[in-house]
Design a protein around this ligand. Structure first.
Ligand code: BGC
Length: 878
């Protein structure tokens, strides 16, 4: 309770107590931030005001003028309190200044569901039992919907659930672009195109923030690989930066008024992105006029002076013993006291923090309280998942399946019954439930259909599947630990890491490694451990040698067996010394896998066969890039054999990044499902059985092979520097420029309906200055099924003075049409849409001359086009 003598009116400053008097008289009332920062002492403030509850509430009656409140609160804060606010006071929060009614500001991952509660001061789970959240489809699925309404639904669920969990900032959405298919975090983002991501981030942010929660758009900027993510130096040219990698951030700032932006781990032109003068001071806070906060990604090495002076506002997650040791704590205070950093720089950061807090109602008793795990949120998750499914092929109209004609359904593949929510890294979600594809089919078909699940075994030697692992990488993924030693005797550890499978390739160099994990058998009985290796191997189970160091040859399999008990944990350790490969496999009493003859015979007999393959968060996740674009687990072989045995096999890929699909021309029905969130299975079943009509379009190009992609073709993917050598030719722009045919182009996606494009019109034969041009086209659903078409507008600058892409996406419009219905799709082209970043004038430039507008169903399927003239060459700052 506030003691009466501590209630000091802000209007009566003369009576304000000195800090000393206040701290004696008001014992128990937290008047400084030094409780959590004991060594930071106020040095410049001589009196401290303690606001009464009624005054705090007065502050909180939904602030009409945020700026006035900031100006009133700022002088009341001590220097130490201000410093305390600009860095973490726990894993996911900054501190409170209770005497002024400033509360702790809490943040939470992540981009597709509020993450489970993490301990206040460590990465350990807090152990809550009430921290389940709706697991939404990741943002790649939103991007695949090409629908701003889906982005809004997504943002609204995220915002409402974050609020319900008492969070102030949600750490998403992520808008880095999918430049490289191998990048482990592509699934968290919105595809490869700057225009698509910029259009979708706006409704997503607005919807989050409508719930009195701040969105945090991340990672600013150029976080496009996980390989050496904290060290790689991103060094694109200025035009590429402006035209490709910044527009989504720019849109979030200018059009959605986003409250927070998170910096990136990587360097930008030789300095950490969080403290880059060019990115932060010049562009974000200068040119764009950003008024919110910039916070670091968790645990980056910043330099106090540069970070402070160049505009970083909050430091989070630094890996030091005490919060006082953060770069923006004691070192910053010292620089202020030494006069190296002006107090005004600190004041600006605090003002921004207060601005966010006031804007999201943190000092407001009327703040929205949110809601979580509601039926409507689950329904929204299902709607988004359904809208994100892309139908890549449907020869002979195999799909949709008719439930009445399917009596025996064979379901196969590694993703048929896999759950993905609790994986992927910081975006993991603890969902109340997750409907797998198999669950969805069972729920839809009930007892009427006989559903058989099979896990086809590949013909190659198989590593122990990670379904049996209890060892988890920090991203939640079942993984094997790998220790690299300096010596063959394994006495001197060199480094430690994680791998998905007990499989090692020394790539011709003598290496000494231990691969270990805990495994839990599913059946009791004799298990035979098989090692296929070339070199020196040993095997230990629970520290007992089963195979003592022996010489192995790759053409011979070494086997040993042991009786194991179902449900018990066994520590397995494979040790290898050599310059070739080693794989640890096993045979269990009840194999999880079906032999080739078994699954092919079943595929021939079944009325319908659906294979759910693709990636999982074992290989598609934060902290790693995939080593190649090949489907893991011998899937290519299995799919090819299935397609030969039963050509009507339906293949559905689940994953956040492109994979090579060498069998694609053989498949008649092929779909892409992303990680569909907790309702994935229901959404997929709706599409497969025609209760929903697919309407998604690829937000990424699906290349035929990895070497076709720009970063690999240009040898611009490594741990040191990324030059973004392809420039503005990211994704489909590269494929078009190089005349490389992808497996499936950007923007591609079929429907159970057919659409006709007719009567393209433009509002004027020419455009000038900043007067927009309207483009219209009539779209007719010529089929008997209601459906939606995403009409895409691509632009070509015919007379450009600089190299420009053959096509640049500059508009899209998802049109829902009843069978037989016609509607007009409209697009507005602005001067900015015509512009490129002119490095000479450091500004956007729309050059006069001819432009071509192309309307189509994908970048490679242009239906109609026309040309117009832009008359005035003109620069525009927006
Ligand atoms: C990730 C961020 C995430 C943060 C907090 C980092 O490793 O890059 O995206 O928000 O951790 O968990």
């Amino acid at each position: 309770m506030v003691k009466p003598w501590c209630i000091i009116s802000r209007n009566n400053k003369k009576k304000a107590l000195t800090i000393l008097v206040a701290s004696i008289l008001c014992a128990g009332i937290p008047i400084t931030a030094s409780a959590s920062h004991p060594s930071i002492t106020p040095q410049t403030i001589h009196s401290l005001t303690v606001l009464s509850d009624s005054e705090k509430i007065r502050i909180g009656d939904r602030i009409a003028n945020v700026e006035d409140e900031i100006n009133r609160l700022l002088p009341l804060l001590t220097l130490a309190e201000k410093v305390s606010l600009i860095h973490a006071a726990g894993k996911f929060h900054i501190p409170a200044i209770e005497r002024l009614g400033i509360h702790e500001m809490w943040m939470s991952d992540g981009p597709h569901g509020v993450r489970y509660e993490i301990d206040r001061n460590s990465w350990a789970p807090a152990g809550w039992t009430n921290d389940y959240s709706t697991y939404l489809p990741p943002l790649t699925a939103v991007a695949a919907s090409w629908d701003e309404n889906m982005a809004s639904l997504h943002g609204n669920v995220l915002g409402a659930e974050a609020r319900h969990r008492n969070k102030d900032l949600i750490l998403g959405p992520g808008v880095n672009l999918a430049r490289l298919p191998l990048y482990g975090r592509n699934f968290e983002y919105m595809g490869e195109d700057p225009f698509l991501a910029a259009r979708l981030v706006v409704p997503a942010v607005k919807a989050i923030q409508a719930n009195d929660v701040g969105a945090t758009v991340k990672h600013f900027a150029l976080n496009t690989q996980e390989l050496n993510r904290t060290g790689v130096n991103a060094n694109p040219d200025e035009r590429t930066l402006r035209e490709v990698y910044l527009p989504a951030f720019e849109a979030a700032v200018k059009q959605a008024n986003v409250h927070a932006i998170m910096g990136a781990y990587n360097e930008f032109r030789g300095t950490n992105a969080n403290q880059s003068k060019h990115l932060v001071k010049t562009i974000l806070k200068g040119e764009w006029g950003y008024q919110g906060v910039l916070l670091t990604d968790w645990n980056v090495d910043i330099n106090t002076y540069d970070a402070a002076m160049n505009g970083l506002d909050i430091e989070m997650g630094t890996d030091v013993a005490s919060f006082d040791e953060y770069f923006m704590a004691k070192p910053l205070l010292a620089m202020i006291n030494d006069g190296k950093i002006p107090v005004s720089v600190l004041d600006d950061k605090v003002a921004r923090i207060l601005r966010v807090q006031l804007s999201i109602g943190m000092m407001d008793k009327q703040r929205l309280s949110g809601e979580r795990n509601t039926d409507s949120h689950r329904q929204d998750a299902r709607t988004i998942a359904t809208n994100g499914v892309v139908l890549l092929k449907n020869d002979n109209q195999i799909l949709p399946l008719q439930a009445s004609k399917v009596h025996n359904l064979l379901v196969l593949g590694p993703n048929a019954d896999k759950r993905h929510g609790f994986g992927g890294g910081s975006s993991e979600v603890k969902a109340l439930y997750e409907m797998t594809p198999l669950d969805g089919l069972k729920a839809k078909l009930g007892d009427k259909v006989n559903i058989t699940l099979m896990r086809p075994a590949g013909s190659q030697f198989m590593p122990i599947p990670n379904d049996y692992l209890t060892t988890r990488h920090w991203t939640g993924t079942p993984s094997w630990q790998i220790n690299y030693y300096q010596d063959a005797a394994m006495s001197q550890l060199a480094s430690e890491s994680w791998i998905a499978d007990p499989q090692f390739d020394a790539k011709g160099q003598n290496q000494s490694v231990e691969i270990k994990a805990n495994i839990k058998p599913m059946a009791t009985g004799n298990h035979s451990f098989n090692i296929k290796a070339d070199g020196q191997v040993a095997l230990f189970i629970n520290d007992k040698p089963l195979i003592t160091p022996s010489k192995a040859q790759s053409n011979k399999i070494m086997s040993t067996s042991m009786s194991l008990v179902a449900g018990e944990n066994y520590a397995v350790s494979l040790r290898y010394y050599g310059d070739k490969q080693a794989t640890l496999g096993w045979e269990t009493p009840n194999s999880l896998y079906n032999s080739e003859s078994e699954y092919l015979a079943a595929a021939k007999k079944a009325d319908a066969v659906i294979y759910f393959g693709g990636l999982s968060h074992a290989d598609d996740r934060e902290s790693i890039d995939r080593p190649n674009m090949v489907l893991p687990g011998q899937q290519d072989e299995v799919i090819s054999k299935l397609l030969s045995a039963n050509p009507n096999t339906i293949v559905m890929m689940i994953g956040g990044s492109a994979v090579e699909m060498p069998w694609a021309n053989k498949a008649k029905a092929l779909l892409w499902g992303w990680y569909g969130g907790m309702e994935a299975g229901n959404a997929y079943a709706d599409i497969l059985f025609g209760d929903a009509n697919p309407s998604g379009k690829m937000p990424i190009t699906l290349p035929k092979k990895l070497t076709d992609t720009a970063p690999i073709a240009l040898n611009d993917y490594n741990a040191e520097t990324s030059l973004y050598s392809e420039g503005v030719f990211i994704g489909y722009r590269w494929f078009e420029q190089q005349h490389i045919a992808p497996e499936f182009p950007f923007g591609h996606g079929l429907s159970y309906s057919q659409f006709n494009y007719a009567d393209m019109r433009i509002s004027s034969a020419s455009m000038s200055g900043d007067t927009p041009l309207t483009v219209s086209v009539n779209i007719t659903n010529t089929s008997h099924v209601d459906g939606a078409e995403v009409v895409q507008l691509y632009l070509r600058d015919v007379d450009s003075s600089v190299p420009r892409p053959i096509k640049e996406l500059k508009g899209f419009n998802k049109v829902w049409l009843k069978a037989g219905e016609t509607q007009t799709a409209q697009f507005i082209l602005t001067q900015r849409d015509l512009s490129f970043w002119d490095v000479k004038s450091n500004n956007w430039l729309a050059e006069s001359g001819e432009f071509e507008i192309m309307l189509g169903a994908s970048v490679a399927d242009i239906k109609l086009s026309t040309k117009f003239n832009y008359l005035t060459s003109s620069r525009n700052p927006d």
